[in-house]
Design a binder for this molecule. Structure first.
Ligand SMILES: NC(=O)c1ccc[n+]([C@@H]2O[C@H](COP(=O)([O-])OP(=O)(O)OC[C@H]3O[C@@H](n4cnc5c(N)ncnc54)[C@H](O)[C@@H]3O)[C@@H](O)[C@H]2O)c1
Length: 475
């Protein structure tokens, strides 16, 4: 048990470590110094931790962890990696294929956004790579199958920008209801046009949300705060937030909503989910918003409906074909043959897929991907991987000194587990979990009472098994 004197000593040492006096009114605690941690850290964890202390694992045989970060990945991620002691090499831009091949040879992890192409050719040079972090939503820039075959897990950040999209949609609902886009364009061209006809408050109007997932449900809460009635349609039964109500069919939603907003994924079922029959089912003078995926709305059908005044306004953030870079003249008929017709309509807000593009979303993506990469590197946990079996085990306790975590990625063929478990059979397997996805399988096992001299042998035995793709031991 810790005595009052020991607690006093620890408090003093802590104040010294963070350089604050006991009476300092603005005392801010920062990370304790290394000398403080080496003297008191272990004792502090054992005596005062509220949660159970867990053992920090380190890899056998991979040396110091090196991470290559490209395309100006957010500082929040760099902070996470620095705090782990990883070696971070950072570039603001993407690299040419040749430079990428040179750099990727040595690193254990790479962080990219959408411009860096991790092709099969690039990946085959990545001899030490264990994980790829896409600091964005999409993962098309990575050959996911090739990565999985090489035992490289890929993570992304699908939901960090949900709030940003929801806020944009709220802004668009008001903008459409008040025809703000048109008034602004008129003022920019010198026209004063003070009108109130067909301009509305949104209070008391009905918002119909199609797809009540991360974005749809955030939006539901915001819309109710503006005094809107919210109804939603989803293929799943989802508990309503606030006083929103789920409706049984898409038609029920379309019949009742003054504003229809789409938040479904791109699937064969959602392609042209809103086309002529669905628009016909909408209220006369309703508004349509799409910030989901470009294929969800049949845009020529929307153009027709707007021309005859069936739909009073629309906001589109996504399109079936989108330019791959910024620049003037790119949103043209060459890309989508209805572009000129769409851009000539009144009360249509067109934005270049910016729903999730905010500083906050970038920072949240940095934290989310930085954290999952660290968990994968330090603990082997692959929950949330997009190309890989999802495997997790609870952490090892701090006092499990001779325990080793085995991370074994292999081809998904019969007999592999028998071979591996035969090698592990000399030890107590404390816990074990294995899962497969397509041709790849991933086994995680915590084994105890392994002395340091045995680790190398264990590694070599596992390394020489047939059907192994890659192996890491953490201890
Ligand atoms: N504009 C942008 O910048 C931007 C940013 C982020 C996400 N998105 C897009 O927004 C969409 C929604 O994202 P999310 O994060 O809310 O997704 P999510 O997976 O959290 O939610 C999608 C919801 O749609 C439902 N759904 C699926 N198929 C359906 C169907 N046929 N009919 C009705 N409901 C259906 C699902 O059950 C789920 O509840 C996605 O298409 C995503 O790609 C766009």
């Amino acid at each position: 048990m810790t005595t009052p004197q020991q607690i006093n000593d620890l408090n003093e040492a802590f104040r010294h470590a963070v350089n604050v006096s006991p009476s300092s009114p603005n005392a801010v605690s920062t990370s304790p110094s290394t000398s403080y941690m080496s003297k008191y850290g272990d004792q502090r964890l054992r005596s005062f931790s509220v949660t159970k202390p867990v053992k920090a694992l380190k890899p056998f045989s991979t040396g110091d962890i090196k991470i290559l970060l490209l395309e100006n990945v957010n500082q929040t991620a760099i902070n996470i990696f620095n705090s782990q002691g990883y070696q971070v090499e950072f570039y603001k831009t993407s690299l040419s294929e040749e430079d990428l091949i040179n750099k990727i040879k040595d690193v254990h992890a790479i962080g990219i956004r959408s411009k860096t192409k991790l092709t099969e050719n690039v990946l085959k040079h990545a001899k030490n790579l264990v994980v790829i972090g896409c600091f964005c939503i999409g993962t098309n820039q990575v050959n996911l199958e090739a990565a999985a075959k090489l035992g490289i897990a890929v993570f992304n950040s699908p939901f960090s920008n949900s709030r940003s999209v929801a806020e944009l949609v709220i802004a668009e609902i008001i903008t459409l209801a008040r025809q703000l886009g048109d008034r602004s364009i008129e003022m920019h061209t010198g026209t004063w046009n003070k009108v109130s006809a067909k301009c509305w408050e949104i209070r008391g109007k009905t918002l119909g949300i199609v797809g009540y997932g991360h974005i749809g449900s955030q939006l539901s809460v915001l819309a109710e705060a503006f005094g809107m009635n919210v109804i939603y349609y989803d293929v799943l039964m989802i508990m309503a937030l606030g006083t929103a109500k789920q409706v049984p069919t898409l038609n029920d939603l379309l019949n009742q909503a003054d504003f229809v907003t789409l938040h479904v994924p791109e699937t064969p079922e959602t392609k042209h989910m809103i086309s002529t029959p669905q628009i016909a089912a909408m209220k006369d003078g309703a508004y349509l918003i799409n910030a989901s995926r470009g294929t969800v709305v049949d845009i020529p059908a929307l153009v027709d409906a707007m021309k005859i005044g069936k739909i009073y306004g629309a906001a589109l953030d996504v399109y079936p074909n989108e330019p791959s870079k910024n620049g003037t003249g790119l949103f043209s008929n060459e890309l989508n043959d209805w572009a000129t017709e769409l851009t000539s309509l009144r009360n249509v807000i067109l934005t270049p897929h910016i729903g999730g593009s905010t500083e906050e979303a970038q920072s949240a993506i940095g934290v989310e991907v930085g954290t999952v990469l660290t968990k994968y590197i330090n603990e082997g946990i692959s929950t949330g991987a997009v190309n890989f079996p999802e495997v997790a085990l609870r952490a090892l306790d701090l006092d499990q000194e001779n325990s080793v975590r085995v991370l074994y990625i292999h081809q998904n063929v019969p007999g592999v587990l028998r071979t591996v478990n035969h090698i592990l059979a000399n030890y107590n397997i404390e816990k074990q979990f294995s899962d497969s996805r397509g041709e790849i399988a991933y086994l995680m096992a915590d084994i105890s009472d392994v002395n340091s001299a045995e680790i190398k042998d264990l590694y070599e035995h596992l390394e020489n098994t047939p059907n192994k793709i890659s192996i890491r031991l953490l201890y």
